[in-house]
Design a binder for this molecule. Structure first.
Ligand SMILES: Nc1ncnc2c1ncn2[C@@H]1O[C@H](COP(=O)(O)OP(=O)(O)O)[C@@H](O)[C@H]1O
Ligand SMILES: [Mg+2]
Length: 271
C-alpha cells in the first residue's frame, strides 16, 4: 500500500469577519496535496491567502469549511507531525542558541543527555556550534534563521511548513539558506527525505527549491489555478539552477499564469 499523504487539504474555505464589511472569504475550495518526500511550493500575490493555507495545515486556524488530513487522519487541533518556520523571528531572546534548540526537544520529553546530543548535532550541521552560548541579539539575521532551522529540523518533523522564511534576508544569505534547506531536507543528513510545504511570493525561489508549484489566484476566494511539476535535476544549487535553460521555460509558463493574478491584486490595492 502507498504511504499516506503527509498533508491533504480538501475543499478548504476560510472566511474572516472584517467588521463593517461583513465576512471576507480569503480562500475558497482549496484542494492541495503534499506527497511523501515531496517539496511543494505555493505562490500567489500578496494577501491572496498563502499564510492562511499554511496556518490551516499547521492546525493553527480551523477552516470555515473543508477537511484537513494529516497522514490520512483528520487533523484535530495543532498538527503535531509538522514543524513550522515562519517569516517572523521565533527565537526566545532570553535563551542562548543551544537552549533555543534544546527547548523543543525538552518539551517533547527527551532525556536531557539525548536532547543535548541532538541539539549539538544540529548546531554542528547548521554551522553554529561555536555560537552555542550566544544570545539571539548577538547573531546576524542569517545566523538567527539557521538557529530556527536547527530548532525545527532537530525535531525531525515528518512535514515541514515554511512561510516565506527567508524573505527578510539579503540575496546572498538567502541563497545560502535555501541551499542549506535543500541539503538538510534531501541530502544524506536526514534519515529519510522530508515532505515540505513552502510558501513564497518569489517565483524564482519556488522554482529553484520545489518538485511542484501551485499557483493561487488573487483574493477574495483564492484557490489554485495552476500546478507545475519542476523537473529540474537534484541535487540543486539554487544560484546555478537559474542558468539551466529549462528554468527559464518553467519561469515563463508559470509567470504567464501568475502575472494576471499579481496585476489583479495590485489593481485592488490601488483602488
Ligand atoms: N485573522 C484574520 N482576520 C481577518 N482577515 C484576515 C485574517 N487573516 C488573514 N486575513 C485576510 O485574508 C487574506 C489572506 O491573508 P494571508 O493568508 O495572510 O495572505 P498572504 O499570506 O498570501 O499574503 C488577506 O486579505 C488578509 O487580510
Ligand atoms: Mg503571508
Amino acid at each position: 500500500m502507498n504511504s499516506p499523504s503527509p498533508l491533504e487539504l480538501k475543499a478548504i474555505s476560510c472566511s474572516f469577519d472584517s467588521g463593517a464589511e461583513g465576512l471576507y472569504t480569503a480562500t475558497q475550495g482549496v484542494n492541495l496535496k503534499v506527497n511523501p518526500g515531496e517539496f511543494v511550493s505555493v505562490v500567489g500575490p500578496t494577501g491572496c491567502g498563502k499564510s492562511t493555507i499554511l496556518n490551516v495545515a499547521a492546525g493553527l486556524l480551523t477552516p470555515s469549511s473543508g477537511e484537513v488530513l494529516s497522514f490520512g487522519e483528520p487533523l484535530k487541533g495543532i498538527n503535531k507531525k509538522a514543524g513550522y518556520m515562519f517569516q517572523a523571528e521565533a527565537l526566545m531572546p532570553w535563551r542562548n542558541v543551544m537552549d533555543n534548540v534544546l527547548a523543543g526537544l525538552q518539551f517533547k520529553g527527551l532525556e536531557p543527555q539525548l536532547a543535548k546530543e541532538i541539539a549539538t548535532d544540529w548546531l554542528k550541521r547548521v554551522g553554529l556550534l561555536a555560537f552555542a552560548e550566544r544570545y539571539p541579539h548577538q547573531l546576524s539575521g542569517g545566523m538567527r534563521k539557521r538557529v530556527s532551522l536547527a530548532q525545527v529540523l532537530a525535531l525531525e518533523p515528518e512535514l515541514i511548513l515554511m512561510d516565506e522564511p527567508f524573505s527578510a534576508l539579503d540575496i546572498q544569505t538567502r541563497q545560502l539558506m535555501e541551499n542549506e534547506v535543500l541539503d538538510l531536507c534531501f541530502g544524506t543528513t536526514m534519515n529519510k527525505p522530508r515532505s515540505v510545504l513552502f510558501i513564497t511570493h518569489d517565483l524564482d525561489e519556488a522554482i529553484a527549491m520545489s518538485d511542484r508549484i501551485i499557483v493561487l489566484s488573487a483574493g477574495p476566494a483564492s484557490h489554485p489555478i495552476g500546478e507545475f511539476n519542476i523537473d529540474l535535476p537534484r541535487p540543486r544549487d539554487v544560484a546555478n539552477i537559474r542558468d539551466n535553460p529549462h528554468f527559464f521555460e518553467l519561469h515563463a509558463s508559470i509567470w504567464a499564469v501568475l502575472r494576471d493574478e499579481v496585476m489583479k491584486s495590485y489593481a485592488k490595492q490601488l483602488a
